[in-house]
Design a protein around this ligand. Structure first.
Ligand SMILES: [Zn+2]
Length: 152
């Protein structure tokens, strides 16, 4: 399962009742993207929630793909967001706090931790490959990326 399958909408029950309909807890589920983030439900939400929902839509759902919002851009951008937070030195618990403040989302810090571990391992594999194939340039770049993720 991708990490984006394990990102949930905070206050899910409360939002369902404000919208007077149920939707999946998972933030990146198709029905959630449709209903909460691209539908016409904004007006029914309280203003704090509206702000967070709009921020999420602006930051992750701003592409023009034909398959929008099912094109995968939102998931890719969110993964980038997580990696950037890690590179800034946030630990998994802090990352969960930040996504709550930014977008009213939550995840289990254990899931974030395994995602980051997995990312580092992927980078290590890429680094090893770059050393054998493309020489040192790319390898140094990957090495730096890995160090950013493992710092702190
Ligand atoms: Zn897209």
């Amino acid at each position: 399962m991708a990490i984006t399958d394990k990102i949930y909408v905070k206050n899910h029950r409360q939002l369902s009742s404000q919208l007077d309909t149920s939707f999946p807890k998972s933030a990146f589920a198709g029905a959630t993207l449709d209903l909460l983030f691209t539908g016409n439900s904004l007006a029914n939400l309280d203003s704090t929630t509206q702000d967070r929902v709009l921020d999420f839509a602006e930051d992750f759902l701003d592409c023009d793909c034909e398959a929008h919002p099912y094109c995968g851009c939102a998931e890719r951008k969110f993964i980038q967001y997580l990696l950037e937070l890690r590179a800034q030195g946030f630990c998994p618990d802090a990352i969960v706090d930040v996504m709550g403040d930014d977008y009213m989302l939550y995840a289990y810090s254990g899931d974030i931790l395994s995602f980051l571990d997995q990312s580092v391992r992927t980078l290590e594999a890429a680094e090893a490959l770059a050393q054998t194939e493309a020489g040192v340039d790319r390898s140094q770049e990957l090495h730096d990326a890995k160090r950013e993720l493992t710092n702190g």
